[in-house]
Write a protein that binds this ligand. Structure first.
Ligand code: SAH
Ligand code: SF4
Length: 384
């Protein structure tokens, strides 16, 4: 079963138009709609003959993502989307808009993503990794997404973006994609890489505008080192010793910190690229200065070959409260002290601004429960 039109390769698209009795250039027009216009709905492909549009939309009626809910937060600078998948499951994607420097002080953290429009996409419905602090992890695993379903999230959010801009200062097109939504990308490697290549080659995003975040699956990191596409890698570390990390990240028992860092070292040696380490700070769990010093000691030796510059960059994320997990955010002063202690080791470190907290769209809050009552839904016109 075709899950998304983005799962069809050029040969399959050609076969499709041939079947409909249309000349081969129609397949190129289809690719233009899918990749350049990022429009997966055949009904909106206005330069195709009406009969072909009707045929495609009928044939693929059960295919692709259906926008089910949309919520706006942060005064319109953050948007969360719930997409229904073929078969009834659902995933969430989050659009985060960042104004140019100076206009929203809360976004002006060091190295902050100014002038960007970043979409955070899901790679799986749910997640099997079971991290104890993560809403998605608590919800469990439903299914893998296909490469096309991953790409289609980017397409859908791209086409919605222009009508969602909170003001003229907001970016007018998508600039970045992060695999930080629901799911573990390296537990679904072929689809993840298939999507990353399509976003680069089809959508024209530079590899450096794409970030894949992993909980630390070593085989996935080894594959990333060998893939020719130089995307950014983020590793969710969250603790600097195995005893603490075991409590938060169950896969640490399979690939403990030493194995994880060995894979990252090899990755850096092979690619000469820097790696981000995500660290969700939780009050009284992993926010003590002993962890900060250990983290500095673990990461300071990671260096980019030849240049000798630090290869690790730490992103501190104050924990987003997730009901039922028992974890809570640290105080502002604990975040500051932790940050200063890591910085003292020489490792570059920043604190990531919390986005979308009010609409449960922040990191680790993505969870679509069939039983959860729907929130406010803004009406959005579907094309056609
Ligand atoms: N499975 C991948 C990518 C999705 S999670 C991974 O774990 O890296 C994206 C990031 O949000 C991860 O760093 C994750 O650990 C973090 N996260 C999860 N729950 C969070 C929470 N409640 N508060 C802050 N960060 C959280
Ligand atoms: Fe899965 Fe990442 Fe959540 Fe862990 S933090 S359960 S790997 S989504």
């Amino acid at each position: 079963m075709t899950r998304s039109l983005y799962d069809l390769d050029p040969g399959q698209l050609e076969a499709l138009v041939a079947e409909a009795g249309e000349p081969p250039y129609r397949a190129r027009q289809l690719v233009h709609w899918l990749d350049d216009r990022r429009q997966p709905d055949p009904r909106a492909m206005t330069n195709l003959p009406r009969s072909l549009r009707a045929r495609l939309s009928e044939r693929f009626a059960e295919t692709g993502l259906a926008l089910d809910q949309h919520q706006a937060g942060d005064d319109g600078w953050t948007h969360k989307f719930l997409f229904r998948l073929p078969g009834g499951d659902a995933v969430e994607s989050v659009l985060m808009l960042y104004p140019p420097a100076g206009s929203r002080p809360e976004d002006d953290w060091e190295g902050g993503p100014r002038g960007r429009a970043t979409v955070c996409i899901s790679s799986q419905a749910g997640c099997a990794m079971g991290c104890t602090f993560c809403a998605t992890g608590q919800f469990g695993f439903t299914r893998h997404l296909s490469a096309g379903e991953i790409v289609e999230q980017v397409a859908r959010v791209s086409t919605l973006l222009p009508e969602l801009r909170p003001g003229p200062g907001a970016p007018d097109h998508l600039t970045n994609v992060v695999f930080m939504g629901m799911g573990e990308p390296f537990a679904n490697q072929d689809a993840t890489w298939g999507a990353a290549y399509r976003l680069h080659q089809g959508f024209g995003l530079s590899a450096r505008a794409i970030t894949i975040s992993t909980v630390g699956l070593v085989p996935g990191i080894r594959r990333a080192a060998a893939e020719p596409l130089p995307v950014n890698l983020a590793v969710s570390i969250h603790a600097a010793d195995d005893a603490t990390r075991d409590l938060l990240v169950p896969v640490n028992r399979t690939w403990p910190i030493a194995a994880l860092l060995e894979a990252v070292r090899d990755y850096v040696a092979a690619t000469r690229r820097r790696v981000s380490f995500e660290y969700a700070l939780m009050d009284g769990v992993n926010d003590d200065l002993d962890q900060a010093r250990k983290l500095g000691r673990l990461l300071a030796p990671l260096r980019v070959p030849h240049s000798g510059g630090h290869a690790a960059h730490v992103n501190l994320i104050p924990y987003n409260p997730t009901p039922g997990t028992g974890f809570s955010p640290p105080s502002k002063s604990a975040v500051r002290r932790f940050r200063e202690t890591v910085a003292a080791s020489g490792v570059p470190v920043s604190v990531r601004a919390n986005r979308g907290v009010g609409i449960d769209a922040a990191c680790g809050q993505l969870r679509t429960t069939a039983g959860r009552p729907g929130r406010r839904v803004l009406p959005l016109a579907e094309p056609g």
